[in-house]
Design a binder for this molecule. Structure first.
Ligand SMILES: Nc1nc2c(ncn2[C@@H]2O[C@H](COP(=O)(O)OP(=O)(O)OP(=O)(O)O)[C@@H](O)[C@H]2O)c(=O)[nH]1
Ligand SMILES: [Mg+2]
Length: 396
């Protein structure tokens, strides 16, 4: 047993009761076991037996040492009992029963925390992920590759029978992810995939803390990933049992994206980051009032100069203060960053000028009110987005 957690074996023999806390993933691997594949389940009594048998056959055929770990959240339909019976019959199957916790992503981490293999993986427990694709994923894990993902959006891959609405929702969620986390979501064609394997040391040095469903996002965002491989698969229709996907999962997904979005700026840097954004807004407004009101310059020119001042102040303060000591501080690096911020924020500055003019000319607002409305609506987004784009990749 890893991590010093003492298992409590139930009457049914092979079922281990496990802690509901999210435990760290240890460095320790068992040399006999190369792959630990976690199968999260909730009410999959109708599916688990067939899946375990198929996976067992496929993995036995590879000659690789493996363990299959079912992590069941105390399903009322007795999934863990059925899995326990199979575990008694076939070698290499473990059943963990969590009480007091639910959630797909935390169930997967729980399984990994108890796993012994050098390669950790996850597959759905409802038969929608074809078991034989695991061999493609394992074959893809060469020396350079840290993560291998089964993708619905690659080559022969696909979804069998989804409604147009579900396809749209899935693609929309991916597009939103790409917008908010380009560096993470852009690494793969199917960032929502729940079928992948990862080298253990990618996730041992980092604290995985996902909300909701999308564990792959968490691994790609926080893990030390060098190269990702993808292999195509067709997402099969669920034959039996109930889907657990609902509107709550989309809300959870959005929360997860936002959390990962802010993650590189955590703690002190985040506070400084917000202070700089606030200061830039105040400076922007003061400069505008000064040149527009006292100097009598025209509206667009005053707003453009004030906005540009805000951009330069932001870059300067982030360089000298927010991220001081973190960045590579070469002159070239500063120039690269300045150009990046300028490009990103320049576009949004143009948008702000358009909004100001529209408010004045079409809605008849006074220039000062129009300036403040546009400032409040566009500028915070632009400061957050612009700095994200240009500070990405800057590590301590
Ligand atoms: N342990 C655990 N497993 C879960 C939980 N929620 C879902 N699962 C399992 O995670 C896998 C994926 O969940 P599904 O509801 O099938 O989600 P999906 O495959 O994206 O969607 P469908 O196509 O509608 O089935 C299944 O094996 C579920 O049983 C949970 O809270 N805890
Ligand atoms: Mg499913």
């Amino acid at each position: 047993m890893t991590n010093g957690v003492v298992p409590h074996f139930e009457d049914h023999g092979l079922i281990e009761s496990v802690d509901s806390r999210v435990l760290p993933i240890s460095n320790k691997a068992d040399s006999e076991i190369q792959i630990s594949l976690v199968i999260p389940t909730y009410d999959e009594a109708a599916n688990i037996e067939q899946l375990l048998r198929s996976l067992h056959t496929v993995l036995s055929g590879t000659g690789t040492g493996f363990e299959l770990i079912v992590v069941d959240d105390n399903s009322p339909d007795g999934t863990s009992l059925i899995a326990g019976e199979i575990a008694a019959e076939l070698a290499g199957i473990r059943v963990l029963r969590r009480t007091g916790a639910t959630g797909l992503a935390t169930a997967v981490i729980c399984g990994w925390a108890h796993a012994q293999g050098e390669i950790l993986g996850v597959i759905d427990g409802d038969g929608q992920h074809p078991p034989e694709v695991i061999t493609d994923l394992l074959a893809a894990m060469d020396d350079q590759t840290d993560v291998a993902v089964a993708s619905r959006h690659l080559g022969e891959g696909g979804v069998s029978n989804w409604s147009a609405a579900r396809r749209l929702l899935s693609r929309g969620a991916q597009a939103l992810g790409l917008l908010l986390l380009p560096g993470t979501v852009g690494q793969v064609t199917d960032p929502m995939s729940g079928y992948f394997v990862v080298r253990r040391d990618v996730v041992t040095h980092t604290h995985l803390d996902p909300v909701g469903y999308k564990i792959l996002l968490e691994v790609l965002a926080r893990g030390e990933v060098r190269r990702v491989a993808e292999r195509p698969y067709v997402f099969l229709e669920r034959q039996r049992g109930q889907s657990k996907v609902g509107i709550g999962h989309y809300v959870g997904y959005f929360r997860h994206l936002m959390r990962l979005r802010l993650y590189p700026l955590r703690s002190r840097a985040l506070i400084r980051y917000l202070v700089v954004t606030g200061l830039a807004l105040v400076a922007d407004a003061l400069v505008f009032f000064w040149i527009f009101d006292s100097q009598g310059w025209n509206l667009t020119r005053s707003a453009a100069i004030a906005g540009e001042g805000g951009i330069l102040l932001t870059v300067l303060l982030h360089d000298l203060w927010t991220f001081a000591g973190r960045a590579a501080r070469s002159a070239l690096d500063r120039i690269r960053r300045l150009v990046g911020v300028q490009l990103a924020l320049g576009v949004l500055l143009l948008l702000r000028l358009a909004v100001i003019n529209a408010l004045v000319n079409w809605l008849g607002l006074g220039p000062l009110t129009a300036f403040l409305v546009a400032l409040a609506a566009v500028t915070p987004v632009s400061h957050l987005l612009g700095s994200r784009l240009t500070w990405r990749g800057v590590r301590s």
